[in-house]
Design a protein around this ligand. Structure first.
Ligand code: DHE
Length: 538
């Protein structure tokens, strides 16, 4: 069979599905009870060659409950029936009986027993590395400002486009791993970028030579990756297995951390890992354990670090001084998503309601990483998306503004008193918020709206905290802003299979240019990222 691509393609999928051939009404599909189909045998025959015999993924993505958490069963049936446009997933409607399709769809939501492992040997065996990369020129092999480059993740057909942030022309386009998620991470010189996929693949790409340097599979279901401030280490956060995996800059595996309580009794999915560059540490949120972790790569151990990073697995010296070991802060409840203040001493975090709906996680927490405890609660209603927060100065104080996944509002919080200054109404719940140190305005989407406001970007004046304008793309999902290096232009995504990047003037909000893109889920400006601009995500 051809390589397949069954996976939820993210928000805005409805349109892509509309383009696919119509599925028969689901009521016509026989249930497994009426026709006995051997799902395991069918999987082996039709799916295993691309998705792996164990459903762990191969050329196609993994088909495990963990990776399908966001794909409704009805959608899965449709994809098996009709295939997936713009991917290599073929349609099985003509070859399989409806009951067989149902049986396959049911199978892929069954957890694997025993739970699949992905240990050091698997990680090592998955790694590829282009040894010639050491000889590639250390200057860009293209003409444009390498600092004003945008890396655009096109989720529709799983490609990356590199966009010149001055001419707004595409310099290069190449295929990515399936379903990248989260922000790509850059080395401090802006030369290399690391991408993380939901299936656990990390790709290191040389932006100056337009080639892949190395790849490794860090886990089976991954959340995100972080690159150390010095560009020497890469950390991956996994849901499956319950681990963090550490690599050197060429993706040689260095160490795995089991995500468990200190006594090892309870294990947890890892929600996210971020680099706290100024603290020289990774900070880690755990989904199922009420702890936040800090893992230091502080060069107090510089001699050891620089000399031994490639073979420190054998070095006991490192284990002694806390270097690359877990420092736990105990919390009242787990954090799902968080944000650093400018000093990086504080983590502003929020949980999520538990999956059984019983969890009470309405309030955010402020955790001081030095005193190692929660020092305040944040008065934020709904479900703040703190990971998308931005900071700026307002009337002589530093404030944080965060969108909200549940309510149509942006909450502004004083970063000294931790008090709420204002809720700014937006037409619907938003996912991403952005500004730039040079821009007077902050932009937020309403892409979580269920009442038709997905097409609206709201522009807020950072000085008055008032809404000053809206930009609309009627009937579409308009989301995720990133600014040019100088903060003059804001780039927004039309989140469609035949979508676009729209370049908008950052002051007049007028459209300057439109570039066709395949569901450009996110875009990242090299300069803003490596300089940790206050208006962008970290
Ligand atoms: Fe994301 C970033 C978690 C669903 C697109 N998302 C992140 C990060 C986390 C996260 C922890 C920060 C990673 C980083 O940059 O290092 N995302 C989650 C979820 O928990 C959630 C709600 C559920 C899930 O299925 O994981 C979720 N995310 C989505 C989507 O449905 C989105 C809209 C589409 C998609 O492609 O999956 C989506 N997430 C993004 C994007 C970023 C991101 C584009 C990077 C934002 C940035 O500008 O840095």
């Amino acid at each position: 069979l051809l390589a397949a691509g069954l996976f939820w393609m993210g928000l805005g999928q409805a349109r892509a599905d509309a383009a696919a051939p119509a599925a028969p009404p689901l009521a016509q599909l026989a249930t497994p009870a009426t026709v006995k189909a051997d799902a395991q045998a069918l999987f082996g025959q039709h799916c295993a060659s691309c998705h792996g015999a164990q459903r762990l993924g191969a050329m196609g993505p993994a088909l495990l409950p963990e990776s399908l958490a966001r794909l409704r069963k009805q959608e899965a049936l449709k994809v098996i029936q009709n295939g997936r446009p713009a991917t290599q997933m073929p349609a099985f409607g003509a070859q399989l009986l409806p009951a067989e399709i149902e049986a396959l769809a049911a199978l892929i939501y069954q957890p694997l027993k025993p739970t699949p492992q992905w240990g050091a040997a698997d990680i090592l065996a998955s790694r590829s590395f282009d040894a010639a990369s050491k000889t590639w020129p250390s200057v860009p092999q293209w003409k444009a400002d390498p600092m004003n480059l945008f890396v655009v993740v096109e989720g529709g057909d799983h490609h990356i486009s590199l966009l010149d942030g001055d001419s707004f022309e595409v310099i290069h386009r190449f295929p990515s791993r399936f379903a990248l998620h989260g922000g790509p991470k850059f080395t401090p010189d802006g030369r290399f970028v690391f991408f993380g996929s939901r299936d656990g693949w990390i790709t290191k790409y040389d932006l100056w030579n337009l080639k892949i340097v190395a790849e490794v599979r860090a886990g089976l279901n991954m959340r995100n990756i972080a690159v150390s401030g010095d560009g020497k280490l890469v950390m991956a956060a996994n849901y499956l297995p319950h681990t963090l995996a550490l690599f050197d800059a060429d993706l040689n595996p260095l160490k795995q951390f089991a995500a468990t309580t200190l006594d090892g009794v309870q294990s947890s999915r890892v929600s996210a890992v971020y680099d706290a560059g100024p603290r020289r540490s990774f900070v880690v949120a755990l989904k199922d354990i009420a702890e936040i972790w800090e893992i230091s790569y502080d060069p107090k151990a510089a001699a050891i670090y620089d000399g031994l990073v490639h073979d420190y697995r054998s070095s006991e010296a490192i284990a002694k001084d806390g270097f690359l070991n877990i420092r736990r802060t105990l919390l009242a409840q787990p954090l799902d998503d968080f944000f650093f203040d400018q000093s990086y001493a504080h983590v502003l975090g929020a949980g999520r309601p538990s999956e059984d709906g019983q969890g009470k996680t309405e309030l955010g927490q402020v955790v001081n990483l030095d005193v190692r405890r929660s020092i305040a609660t944040l008065p934020i209603p709904g479900m703040p998306h703190l990971g998308s927060g931005i900071t700026f100065d307002w009337q002589g104080r530093r404030v944080l503004a965060s969108p909200n996944l549940k309510d149509g509002l942006v909450t502004v919080i004083d970063l000294q008193s931790w008090k709420k200054l204002k809720d700014i109404a937006t037409p619907g719940p938003g996912f991403f918020m952005r500004s730039h140190a040079n821009s007077r305005y902050a932009w937020v989407d309403s892409m979580m709206s269920s009442t038709g406001a997905k097409d609206t970007l709201t522009i807020i004046d950072k000085q008055t905290l008032e809404t000053v304008a809206q930009v609309k793309e009627p009937g579409k999902t308009l989301a995720h802003i990133e600014f040019t290096k100088d903060g003059r232009y804001a780039l927004a995504s039309v989140w469609d299979m035949d979508g676009a990047i729209i370049v908008l003037d950052g002051s007049s909000f007028k459209e300057i240019k439109r570039l066709p893109m395949s569901k450009p889920v996110g875009k990242y400006n090299v300069w803003n990222k490596i300089n940790r601009d206050e208006g962008t995500s970290h």
